[in-house]
Design a protein around this ligand. Structure first.
Ligand code: ADP
Length: 350
């Protein structure tokens, strides 16, 4: 992969900007370069009134196509905002991996998974952010014990950005920081997507290794906003093991695979895979059925990254605002195992 990137970079550095005669790599026009098996993605970032946007984009395509004929080129051209013209949007976010955490329906433990995976990634030394985009009931502030947090503004390179609040090593923003729990219901349609856009584009996420996004359950406006505003690296789908959940999982997978969305699904996470009572830690009761996650993985062709048991302590730690992965209960081991497996997936940049 690194070899491919350097090959692409060297090809691109043969393209000169007609105005200055310097190459587009050293001018900083090429950003966010990613090379996957099936696609090469990059942003081309131009000055606000650059007249050569179209011709340079074309030159990039003509340079890469013959060398990588079977690979899709995804080129996003962006205008650098002059700080004076707009104090709002930061031009390009440098984030290595942006992962959406999704589920077919509510209550399957999507937020619990998002919080614990974020903390586990931070424990491993990754610079990690968590965006709670669940418009139906932002629960992450409670799960991180920060219900009263109010993010401040910070100035960066002349832009005013919302500064995520840090807890347990994770930088976090949630719609819940901006509305009272009783008002959450107003976050629908344009109001919701507008707020989410702000939390993405006008926030200080720059430089993260991982940004995890806790999506609302199901499919909808917020999902579309995410793919329009961000280059998602991959999605993770959280499910419970029942047979009836398979249809929800398939719907979620199809949404991400839809040609207009086109985000790879990095894996399934089976939550509430079995019940283990605290007083009988070696006993497993498969109350929602056994191996449901494995079967879903087989049917969808998506890897099963891990299984999390239904244990009372996990619910309690969520309510107490201290993520279970900080401890050593069985659920903590399950989350660490999922992170290990996630880091093995081909689209993840370490
Ligand atoms: P979602 O985000 O999918 O709506 P949540 O993560 O908010 O789901 O979980 C719903 C409730 O179930 C929370 O109270 C949470 O603590 C609890 N919960 C989730 N997963 C487990 C589990 N494996 N064991 C025990 N309780 C769980």
């Amino acid at each position: 992969m690194a070899h491919k990137i350097s090959r692409i970079t060297s090809l691109l550095s043969e393209i000169k900007h007609p105005e200055t005669g310097n190459d587009i790599v050293s001018l900083g026009i090429v950003q966010n370069l990613r090379a996957e098996d099936k696609f090469i993605a990059m942003s081309l970032v131009f000055k606000p009134n650059d007249a050569f946007v179209a011709s340079i984009k074309k030159a990039v395509e003509e340079k890469l196509k013959p060398v990588f004929p079977d690979v899709e080129l995804r080129i996003l051209d962006l205008r650098k905002q002059s700080p004076k013209a707009s104090k709002k949007e930061y031009p390009v976010l440098q984030i290595k991996n942006i992962l959406a955490i999704a589920s077919g329906k509510g209550g399957v433990g999507k937020s619990t998974v998002a919080v614990n995976l974020a903390v586990a990634l931070a424990q491993r030394g990754f610079n990690t952010g968590l965006l709670d985009a669940d418009v139906y009931g932002p629960s992450i502030p409670t799960m991180l014990g920060m219900d009263d947090a109010r993010p401040a503004m910070v100035e960066k390179d002349g832009f005013e950005l919302i500064d995520p609040v840090e807890k347990f090593g994770v930088k976090c923003l949630s719609l819940g920081f901006f509305v009272s729990p009783n008002d959450a219901v107003i976050w629908r349609g344009p109001a919701a997507t507008g707020a989410i856009k702000q939390l993405i584009k006008q926030s200080n996420w720059d430089g993260l290794d991982f940004l995890l996004i806790d999506l609302p359950p199901g499919t909808g406006d917020v999902h579309l906003t995410m793919v329009q505003e961000l280059e998602l690296t991959a999605a993770l789908i959280v499910t419970t093991p029942q047979k009836v959940a398979l249809a929800d999982v398939v719907r979620g997978v199809n949404m991400f695979r839809n040609k207009d969305i086109n985000v790879p699904v990095a894996g399934l996470i089976e939550n509430m895979a079995w019940f283990t009572p605290a007083e009988l830690p070696d006993n497993k009761y498969y109350i929602f059925g056994k191996d449901g996650g494995k079967q879903m993985a087989d049917e969808t062709g998506i890897p099963l990254l891990g299984e999390i048991p239904l244990v009372q302590s996990l619910r309690e730690s969520g309510d107490a605002g201290v993520p279970a992965v900080l401890g050593n209960e069985i659920s903590a081991c399950a989350f660490r195992q999922i992170v290990d497996n996630l880091l093995q997936q081909p689209m993840i940049i370490k």
